[in-house]
Design a protein around this ligand. Structure first.
Ligand code: BYC
Ligand code: FE
Ligand code: FE
Length: 470
């Protein structure tokens, strides 16, 4: 395993010191990154000590060190997972061929685009979440938010390393632009839809880390299969960090659900809202919103882009080795498509269906989380159940973009849809209500009324621990 040089100006396990030109270029990018972080990173807490984990090795066990750090001093660095012995290109037209250690000329633009798209999401999410610290429900949650934020910052470093090392001047320009675009800014928006949507309360945040970070998991799994080995190794290490982000989301929503169930039990009229909680129906609307925004991130159902990524060996399926046919030339994939305004099943050539294959795996993974939330409702003796809406509902990308499907997947008239939309997605009134609950709780051991306690604290520490010193 390649040792991590933690003393270096840029911590890394890629022997950065032996490539002076690259090192200089990245050291020039570093202050721009820090100034972006100070402007667009977590607002109000830059000078506070936060109990954070930092990567110190890429070993499966014990890669992390926990300590108090002020966020601008976080040791953001470049960490690649170790190469997999004897790995060759695992799918597509070049199956069995040696991996690429440099960018093949014919795939240069495509690869750069994939890396830029991936890289763009990372700072975008930090920008989206920058004000949440001001309304955290507990110090435990505040710390988790910042942990997620610094790691998304590190994911940006991971992509910028690839751009600087392998894409010359174009790559350096792209790396600059990753610091120029701004989430939600109409003049210079982030690239993908969900990363321009506002995250203005903690329910948004938990749904985002549940559903949108989980798109990250699936995209990273697909890129980890890449024949371009540096991309594969970078994304494999990013995946180890991603697990925590999804934990924050899934357990966060779970704690909201558990608390709502408690408040319903307490109230003479079974009214969570009367007790200052978030009603189950409202939670479902936020689920509908972030799940569907995240479905869009997989791209069109039928995609020639996806087919060519696969053919070239640039982007595979999640856990490609679990499939039998790695060429996918003759296969088809059954999906619902629109024919003359009617939804019908159709067999699409497999390579063109790769976005949908990945989206379906993702949907199954989301369902497992939703099932765990529902267990709380069963235990509480409540009849309500959460569910994932139809993949046709609220889409902005692909076959079903901007069409009035309801959460059951039925096509409505535009008028009907508009009249009922507020039953399915957070309305202004819902947003106002959730926002009204977001008063900060900053005393160690205390927690806001609308959310339950976590099962355990961080890394064996109690919930009462002072995770952020204010
Ligand atoms: N918004 O063939 P199509 C993460 C564009 S999240 C706006 O259907 P393709 C994270 C598309 O670019 C993971 N535009 O799509 C999570 C294309 O444009 P052009 C991020 C969209 O190329 C939380 C056109 O529509 N990683 O890490 O097969 C916190 C039709 O293209 C969208 C990646 O995305 C959209 N939602 O697939 C922090 C992996 N969807 O060519 C981080 C890299 C599509 O007409 N990216 N378009 O100009 C990819 O693999 C692909 O670019 C996509 C799109 C899967 C996103
Ligand atoms: Fe990330
Ligand atoms: Fe993430």
């Amino acid at each position: 395993m390649t040792n991590i040089d933690l003393e270096a100006k840029i911590p890394n396990n890629v022997s950065l010191g032996s490539d002076k030109k690259l090192q200089r270029a990245l050291e020039e990018w570093q202050p721009n990154y820090i100034s972006w972080w100070k402007d667009m990173g977590p607002s109000g807490f830059q000078e506070k000590d936060v109990w954070l984990r930092t990567a110190i090795s890429v070993d499966a066990d014990g890669w992390a060190n926990f300590d108090y750090v002020q966020m601008p001093d976080y040791r953001w660095g470049i960490f690649l997972a170790d190469p997999i012995k004897d790995r060759t290109i695992g799918f597509g037209d070049n199956i069995g061929a040696p991996l690429w250690d440099v960018v093949p000329g014919e795939h240069r633009n495509t690869l750069r685009r994939l890396i830029v798209t991936q890289g763009d999401t990372e700072p975008a999410s930090v920008e989206q979440q920058r004000l949440l610290g001001l309304t955290a429900p507990s110090l435990y949650d505040l710390r988790n938010l910042f942990q997620v934020n610094v790691e998304e910052g590190r994911h940006l470093w991971a992509m910028v390393y690839l751009l600087h090392s392998y894409f010359g001047r174009d790559g350096r320009e792209e790396a600059e632009e990753l610091l120029q675009r701004r989430s939600g800014n109409p003049d210079k928006p982030r690239i993908l839809g969900a990363f321009n949507a506002p995250i203005d309360n903690w329910l948004d945040f938990f749904m985002f880390t549940m559903f949108t970070d989980r798109d990250g998991k699936y995209q990273l799994l697909a890129l980890a299969e890449s024949g371009f080995d540096p991309l594969s190794r970078t994304t494999r290490f990013m995946l180890t960090e991603e697990a925590h982000h999804m934990f924050v989301g899934e357990s966060g929503v779970e704690r909201v659900v558990a608390r709502t169930a408690e408040l319903i039990a307490k109230d003479p009229n079974d009214d969570a809202r009367a007790q200052g909680g978030i009603p189950l129906e409202m939670i479902q609307k936020y689920l509908n919103l972030w799940y569907t925004l995240s479905l869009d991130l997989f791209g069109g159902e039928v995609s020639s882009n996806a087919a060519s990524y696969f053919a070239a060996g640039l982007k595979g399926r999640a856990k490609e080795s679990t499939y039998e046919d790695h060429k996918a030339i003759d296969g088809t994939y059954r999906m619902s498509i629109l024919k003359d305004g009617v939804v019908v099943d159709d067999d699409v050539p497999l390579r063109n269906a790769m976005n949908e294959v990945l989206r379906d795996e993702y949907a199954d993974d989301c369902q497992r989380g939703v099932d765990r939330w529902n267990k709380h409702l069963v235990e509480a003796g409540l009849a309500f159940r959460f569910s994932l809406p139809s993949k046709r509902f609220n889409r902005k990308i692909g076959l079903y973009a901007n069409m009035p499907f309801d959460p059951d997947g039925r096509l409505l008239s535009p008028g009907d849809y508009d009249a009922r939309k507020d039953q399915w997605l957070p309305s202004e009134a819902d947003r106002d209500y959730v926002r009204s609950l977001m008063t900060p709780v900053t005393e160690p051991g205390k927690i806001a009324n609308w959310i339950g306690m976590p099962r355990t604290g961080i890394k064996g520490l109690p919930f009462e621990y002072e995770y952020v010193r204010l």
